[in-house]
Design a protein around this ligand. Structure first.
Ligand SMILES: *Cc1c(COP(=O)(O)O)cnc(C)c1O
Length: 219
């Protein structure tokens, strides 16, 4: 646990003040997550609903919770009862479903649009050339509020390889900001993980999602 505290403090010391540290909490225990939050991490990012519910029962809403996994339609109701933001909205259809359920529950859900910046066939996310059209459609849904973009980028051992994909996403982010779509605020750019967060910050990320560097390798 002291390692977790030290790792979080080191990361916070190193990143600029405007960059928010989100922990990628998958597979980690409630105690580990709590330790990282106590050390100063600002957001809990979770990929799996079941796991989140177990942790949530123990910790409650100590900080905002962001959903960062692939969201299936049949899980939306449970996701919106725990999470404050869904970072992985990757289609108009999914957005419509979230909107419908939020309406019933009298909620407005903040979302990020997931960009498939590497145009990879086996990855989720909207390919860059379709992002603006999809955002224009999603922006009409009144129980959803678009707050920015998220991307993973192709996996590579070399963090420099991620740079072009972060650049593409930042260009889109600025472009969308400039065209000023009603009900859309380009505030958060969530990109960068353990091996790539430094590059992501150089390219304009203001949320970084970090797991391994805080907690160690997942087993
Ligand atoms: C696991 C995960 C991360 C963090 O990965 P690390 O390499 O462990 O830092 C970030 N984003 C998402 C969506 C993840 O699933």
């Amino acid at each position: 646990m002291e390692n977790i505290t030290r790792n979080v403090k080191n990361i916070i010391k190193e990143i600029p003040d405007n960059v928010i540290l989100e922990i990628a909490a998958k597979t980690r225990s409630a105690d580990e997550i709590k330790t990282a939050i106590d050390a100063g991490a600002k957001i809990i990012g979770e990929n799996y609903l079941q796991e989140s519910e177990n942790v949530y029962k123990k910790l409650g809403k100590i900080v905002p919770w962001h959903f960062i996994g692939h969201l299936q339609k049949n899980k939306i109701n449970r996701v919106i009862s725990i999470f404050d933001m869904i970072e992985t909205v990757d289609s108009f259809k999914l957005a419509q479903e979230i909107d419908k359920r939020c309406k019933k529950n009298n909620k407005v859900m903040e979302v990020l649009i997931e960009v498939n910046s590497g145009r990879e066939e086996n990855k989720f996310g909207i390919i860059p050339e379709n992002v603006i059209t999809e955002i224009e459609k999603i922006s009409k849904l009144v129980n959803i509020k678009i707050k920015g973009l998220m991307t993973m980028g192709p996996f590579s051992g070399n963090p420099e390889d991620a740079r072009p994909y972060f650049k593409i996403t930042k260009i889109l982010f600025d472009e969308i900001k400039n065209i000023n779509i009603h009900n859309v605020e380009m505030k958060y750019l969530s990109m960068g993980m353990t091996n790539s967060y430094k590059i992501a910050i150089e390219e304009g990320a203001n949320i970084v999602r970090i797991g391994t560097l805080i907690f160690g390798e997942r087993i």
